[in-house]
Design a protein around this ligand. Structure first.
Ligand code: SF4
Ligand code: SF4
Length: 611
């Protein structure tokens, strides 16, 4: 068996890393809920494992998502990850073919050129030498790009990057040294013993003319081994922990694990999977429009991981989902923020809280739940009432007198238990009303009803419901003058993905012009209920910037479908801002169908499909 003392730093570092990861992942596994552990066990022997492997190949090695967002950054990550993986894979193959009869410890393929400096007798020697040189060049290109990014991130289209921690510094320095040192070690060896190919042989012959390579080649192998050992030892305490953990995350997702309302091992896996690539930094409006640069997701996840969380920063986020939308790792950032807020603020509910009054139940086909913010924007509420009446809908305005809340503000404030009490009360009221459809004007209410209430009825945002009324000809819409741009509210777009219904509805009334910030890429109005820290000037600054970007194509008015967005944009707008319900109400033909067929009290068919 081949051996030399210099392999020890590499070997010990690798043993430490594998031991650490085994213990860490075992702890995570055993801390999972019983149902999640069972999902992992069953899923491991199912076909889902193949789709997980495919995603690992595409995302952890090729970094496809990063590549699609930023080619240079994607190439940098890909050349480092895929190139290194291929060096290990091809190196192992080479070593297996070359010495099939011998024990092949892990270090032999890594230091193959030391143990087999010039294996002329090996028939595939020239092929392997060429391929290994090519792969080494590929990885070195990634190292150069990584170095350039650290020095000049603007060239990569990145205005901001994340700061290094101590563990990061050790890991980063050793990572950058690994491949240049490998190049030197192999080139010196080539200069002394021959062998190598277009890269190592050329560099070896060049350096052989100016350096005492015969006395340098052995220290170079030591340095290469040391850099590997330091990297493996520093990895668990650095951002590079994301490399092995992202693989675990992908497997976990494919096996059915997801974020819950409380912190679990899955949360820890997500937090440790953040590579601090910084892609989420520049997309945050609080950063580019509000001048707040310390709350973004990369920083939050780092703070949670190292237990340095600051409540002020944690509550200074609009929960707009823009960062989550671009995160190449697909981390469920919003859920992690909610869990953190609950950990910071959560406390057992006051017993009197349970005795809050509930609404008097009414029986109706449909329930309209305006939501607190709609009550503060009465034009929307009035528009909805006039539409219900015009269409002859048998509805109950559940929160007409105010005093009811969907529960989301409580959750955002970190009081999940209190929110659950409210949800349970509202659920009972809704159930007793016998309604088959629940309509909300507020996207936040919609999201909570849809995701947290577990109601067995149709839940619709008014954009969907009004389109359905129009398609069923229960309301008739007349064209209005002018053109408009539509603003997708965050909660309705990125989260719920209601994109087409509002656009179809608006197009029935006015000319809809496209904007640059649509659908997934929509901008937050700045008025988010989720933010408990931002000063009013910051909110206004975000709203102003968003308004200017949204109306840059010269729209005559801005249409949105969220009471809070309407309120925020009205403060900064120089064109009218309308909720879609107001537009419908204004566009309704005065001779509505229900006035022709008197006293019709019906709901549009539940079977109607919205396309
Ligand atoms: S949260 Fe996602 S986008 Fe942000 S730094 Fe982490 S991995 Fe990158
Ligand atoms: S959710 Fe929105 S406001 Fe919060 S950090 Fe992400 S992009 Fe910024």
């Amino acid at each position: 068996m081949k051996f030399d003392l210099f392999v020890l730093p590499f070997t010990l570092g690798l043993i430490f890393l594998l031991g650490y990861l085994t213990v860490k992942y075992a702890v995570w596994y055993f801390k999972l809920e019983k149902t999640d552990r069972s999902k992992v066990r069953k899923g491991f022997f199912s076909v889902r494992i193949f789709s997980a492997i495919k995603e690992i190949f595409l995302e952890s090695l090729l970094h496809r998502r990063i590549f699609l967002k930023n080619r240079l950054l994607g190439f940098m990550h890909m050349s480092l990850a895929f190139g290194w993986f291929m060096l290990i894979a091809v190196g192992n193959l080479e070593s297996r073919i070359y010495q099939p009869a011998e024990i092949n410890p892990l270090y032999v393929p890594i230091f193959f050129k030391f143990f087999h400096a010039n294996p002329d007798a090996f028939p595939l020697h020239s092929v392997f030498s060429f391929v290994m040189d090519l792969l080494l060049l590929f990885v070195l290109a990634g190292v150069i790009l990584a170095l350039a990014k650290r020095l000049y991130s603007k060239a990569y289209g990145m205005k901001r990057t994340t700061r290094l921690m101590t563990g990061d510094r050790f890991a980063l320095a050793s990572l950058w040294l690994i491949f240049p040192l490998r190049l030197l070690a192999e080139s010196f060896t080539s200069a002394v013993y021959g062998g190598g190919d277009f890269l190592t042989a050329s560099v070896g012959s060049l350096l052989g003319n100016i350096l005492p390579v015969s006395s340098l080649y052995y220290p170079a192998w030591w340095a290469y081994s040391l850099s590997l050992g330091v990297f493996f030892t520093a990895l668990p305490f650095s951002r590079y922990m994301h490399i092995p953990t992202e693989v675990v995350l992908i497997f976990s997702r494919h096996l059915g694990l997801a974020e819950a309302s409380k912190r679990t091992s899955f949360t820890d896996i997500e937090i440790n999977s953040c590579s601090r690539c910084g892609i989420c930094l520049d997309t945050c409006q609080l950063s580019f429009a509000g001048g707040v640069h310390n709350i973004q997701s990369a920083y939050q996840l780092k703070a949670i991981r190292y237990k340095q969380i600051e409540p002020k920063e944690s509550f200074n986020c609009m929960m707009c989902g823009r960062c989550e939308n671009v995160c190449p790792v697909g981390i469920d950032i919003s859920s992690i923020r909610m869990i953190t807020r609950n950990e910071l603020n959560g406390r057992a509910p006051d017993p009197t809280f349970q005795q809050q009054p509930v609404a008097q139940v009414h029986h109706a086909e449909a329930i309209y739940f305006a939501g607190c913010m709609t009550h503060q924007t009465p034009a929307i509420k009035k528009a909805m009432q006039s539409i219900f009446t015009a269409a002859g809908i048998n509805y109950w305005f559940m929160d007409e007198m105010g005093g009811l809340c969907c529960g989301r503000p409580m959750m955002l404030a970190g009081h999940r238990e209190q929110a659950e009490i409210m949800i349970e009360k509202n659920r009972r009221i809704i159930f007793e009303s016998g309604a088959k459809t629940l309509i909300t004007s507020c996207p936040i209410c919609y999201k909570v009803f849809a995701k947290e209430y577990n109601l067995n009825i149709r839940i619709m945002h008014h954009t969907q419901y009004l389109l359905e009324l129009a398609n069923a000809r229960l309301i008739r819409l007349e064209p209005l003058a002018g053109n408009a741009v539509y603003h997708d509210p965050c909660e309705l777009s990125r989260d719920i993905r209601i994109y087409e219904e509002p656009r179809k509805l608006i197009s029935k009334m006015v000319k809809l012009i496209p904007g640059d910030y649509e659908k997934d890429n929509t901008l937050c109005c700045g008025n988010s209920l989720a933010n408990f820290s931002a000063a009013n000037e910051i909110r206004l600054s975000v709203a102003r910037d968003a308004f200017e970007k949204l109306t840059a194509q010269g729209a005559q008015y801005l249409v949105t479908s969220c009471p809070m967005c309407k309120k925020a944009f009205e403060k900064v707008a120089d064109v009218p801002v309308k909720d879609i319900a107001e537009l419908v109400s204004r566009s309704m033909h005065k001779d509505q169908p229900h006035t022709i067929t008197a006293n019709r009290k019906k709901e549009p068919s539940a079977a109607l499909v919205i396309h």
